[in-house]
Ligand binder design. Sequence first.
Ligand code: GTP
Ligand code: MG
Length: 195
Amino acid sequence: MLNFRGAKFIKSATSKLDRPEKKLKEVLFVGRSNVGKSSLINALVDNKSLCFTSSKPGHTRLLNYFEIKDSCYLVDAPGYGYSKAGHQHDENFAKMMEDYFSDNNELSLVVFLIDSRREVREEEMDLFNLFNADHIPYVIVLTKCDKLNQSEKAKAIKEINTSLSHVDKSNILFTSIDDKKSIESLQKYIANAIK
Ligand code: GTP
Ligand code: MG
């Protein structure tokens, strides 16, 4: 099993050309602003202060590389769908992600975060199509599931299956940063993907 603890921040990059010199497999965390990407990385590596998290959306702006020692990078992407800077920010985001996904030999897994309480938006469908088109392995992570009861969970799964076509059930996980079991399931998924 990978040793997630002791993960270190390496650098912020503007594109994949700007990635760290040492090549390792990459696991990208992507999703709407405020969905919980940075918090989830912190939960995975058991270090609350590794990534900066914020209750205000739009905090993470670049691709932030965190190294799991000699195994892989966890890459925290900026959130999208937040427009303090108007549409310009989302356009920049779309360009940055298109560039990141294309011909990316290092990318081993996309962890695609969707807030379990919300409907799937068009931007999320676009992003999903983007990594499907490039045959990039993904896992859909439904975040903040501590806010849901069983029937709401079933509704969330239904919403995914309706909005995103061809999602296998084994590619959907629920997480809550305070639920250790859910974090361990994601750790196992990641360890498997970078084998
Ligand atoms: P950007 O960097 O702006 O794109 O946001 P982000 O996706 O990195 O979100 P971040 O991790 O900063 O979390 C946003 C808010 O959601 C914070 O207030 C977190 O405390 C909260 N949050 C994250 N994960 C969970 C969770 O599992 N459960 C609950 N209840 N809240 C969570
Ligand atoms: Mg963030």
